[in-house]
Ligand binder design. Sequence first.
Ligand code: AAT
Length: 281
Amino acid sequence: MDQKLQLWFTELQTDDMALSCRVKKTLHQEETPFQSLAVLDTEQFGRMLVLDNVIQTTVRDEFVYHEMMAHVALNTHALPKKVLVIGGGDGGVVREVVKHRSVEKVVHCEIDGAVIEASRKYLPEISCALDDPRVDIVIDDGIKHVREHKKTYDVIIVDSTDPVGPAEGLFSASFYRSIYEALNEDGLFVAQTESPFFNRDLIPRLYKDISAVFPVTRLFLACVPTYPGGLWTFTMGSKRYDPLEVDIAGIPQMDTKYYSPAVHRSCFVLPPFVEELLVQG
Ligand code: AAT
């Protein structure tokens, strides 16, 4: 018998489907006041951040999600100076936001300081911009933060966990109204809005709620291998700028692996089964 011991992490992505990854090593595990937190070193995806047994990000595929959360929104706004990132304690979205030269201040509001600490220690390639002088870290509930800041931000990015537990309120109509008020008069926001295969009730509701508040509402897609189903949705609500009207020839050259000017355009092209979700509401 020459069989090495094999350890696997399994995420139940739906009640009836799982994703399993072979684990080289468990680097960290703790119960925070908000959730159970683990950092695993996996064979397939490298280091992986897991909250409440759900994969949040991995070193090998994180670029897709973080680039698409940041650059579609920031390149839609004419001159984003002040940006709020809610959630995203790993720092991946912040790392992408600070690539924009117009950005003067990034407020990073994460409810669970333990996620930031673990990411600083075990995910340096993702958390590396958290010490940028333009970044202010606030440990607080994003819902409370937006309520307390009116007409403050040009762009708000909601990098939240799934709509259960502390993140549930980040998927509500009242939260979208508070976001509207926290934005400047030409502001816009983007949120991760889950899987078009497995969240077919949630996505139409969010789209309708955001459309009720923002004159421009657009849904776009990207492929994130470690999220359920791979294909992932993001929804943007904007007071003035339309991401489809951006002159993509004017987008500056950026150090990215998934996002590009052409992808800025193509990510809004929706297959009919996704388009269908937007007319249900
Ligand atoms: N960058 C991809 C990682 C995430 S983590 C989402 C973060 O949102 C977590 O660190 C969590 O602590 C934080 N969070 C949850 N609720 C709140 C809140 N109310 N205010 C501020 N931060 C919050 C996203 C992964 C998406 C996974 C999709 N399956």
